[in-house]
Design a protein around this ligand. Sequence first.
Ligand SMILES: Cc1cc2nc3c(=O)[nH]c(=O)nc-3n(C[C@H](O)[C@H](O)[C@H](O)COP(=O)(O)OP(=O)(O)OC[C@H]3O[C@@H](n4cnc5c(N)ncnc54)[C@H](O)[C@@H]3O)c2cc1C
Length: 457
Amino acid sequence: MADVMAESEADVAVVGGGPAGLHAALVLARGGLRVVLLDESDTLGGQYYKRRAEQLTAAFGDFRPQGTELIRQVRESGVDCRTGTLVWGAEDAGRTLFTSDVRTGALGRVSTRATLVATGAYERSLPFPGWTLPGVVTPGFALHLATMDRVPVGQRVVLAGTGPFLLPVACALLEVGARIEALVELNHPYRPGISSIAGALRQPARLAEAARYLLTLARHGVRVEQGSRVLAAHGDTQVTAVDVAQEDGSVRQLETDALCVGFGFRPSTELPRLLGCDTRPDPTGTEQLPVVDTDGSTSLDGLYIAGDCAGIAGVHAAGVRGQLAAHAILRRLAPERAPVRVAGLRRRARALDRFAELADRLYPLPNAADIPDATQVCRCEGVTAGEIREAAATGWNDLHGTKAATRAGMGPCQGRECGHIVAALAGRREGGAECFAARMPIRPLPMAATVEGQEVQ
Ligand SMILES: Cc1cc2nc3c(=O)[nH]c(=O)nc-3n(C[C@H](O)[C@H](O)[C@H](O)COP(=O)(O)OP(=O)(O)OC[C@H]3O[C@@H](n4cnc5c(N)ncnc54)[C@H](O)[C@@H]3O)c2cc1C
């Protein structure tokens, strides 16, 4: 073991190499600042600009070439791109970041004058009977297999949950030869009211994208079953059947070998919360979002946030917000090099935010507190909804007390998956959404890496 904790310095650290982080890093580097871009993945691009393996690119072509071009520009601009680097802790308003090499566990410390957090989002899952069976996956996982590896998650697939994301996932599955047994949408977004239509018409490109997906589905004979939901998944060692509650109240059983269920995305806010940023409840009332101004400034001097981790608004908003945050940092650290007018970017950001608000209205979430008692909620520690309700009822009636009594949220994911459900079941929401406190390390680290000053070989 070597006794080094690699120390480095930069003017700005950008945490997250998705659309927000990439656009920000490019503006900052072109503005003359020394930028380090840290991402735990082994490639840049984030969720939207994921990279295909070389052999698959050779066989099937580049996936989203705009991403390839953006990454090329970022690398050529002199940004110090460190992939495979997890930021697991931070202090001093983000001016010190603690990192770990995800391959070796080697520790590092980055000192900066300003930090931009662009850590994106993860998918929202809601437990139901059978959700832990093999073959029950998130739509994002199915999309990853279909687009990156060109493999269908199953031959017969049921897609369910709510949100516009179900549409591209269904299309990607069809493209790799899966049969969609049903596309079960909880809400009625494709039977919208007048005000929703008016709102959507203000974003013709987004509307055209949705129309393209719906046309593809129609061509393959896939109907979106609105007002329907999955009640349970069945199977011994693998999902084989799914119960679907239909709009008219009847229940039908479908045979399938994969079930993809998702309820949109949840912002990844651990770093800002760890640093003590001011927060507010998000529009779904289930998450705490960092408070940011139009340009991504937070309540902490020198800490900026952009992209989905500041509120789910999609890839285009992430790019625009990343640029706005970068210009704000330039104005602060290198005012002589930041004469750029950002009014156009701000206007575009506001329009994209309004579209995101429309999506929130069209795809409301179901009540997480309705989960049956026997259903497992915390997968890491095997805690059921009934055990959480019981703990809450016996006096542990807040999120942290319930965690202590049941161990829900104490496993490797540290409550990232179940925290919002435990909060709903523990049932005390005065003052807004509750969530588990963020603590260092925000992700699991190898044991040897926690011995300060020692590098794991
Ligand atoms: C699974 C999934 C699939 C999606 N697919 C689509 C799609 O097909 N079409 C579409 O329009 N939208 C899609 N979206 C939404 C879209 O990708 C996002 O709106 C957009 O990527 C947001 O960009 P971002 O830069 O904010 O975050 P992201 O693209 O999520 O990038 C965040 C980056 O931060 C890194 N990161 C996070 N935490 C840390 C940390 N602690 N240390 C180091 N690095 C960290 C991650 O590895 C990631 O690369 C998807 C979202 C998800 C979650």
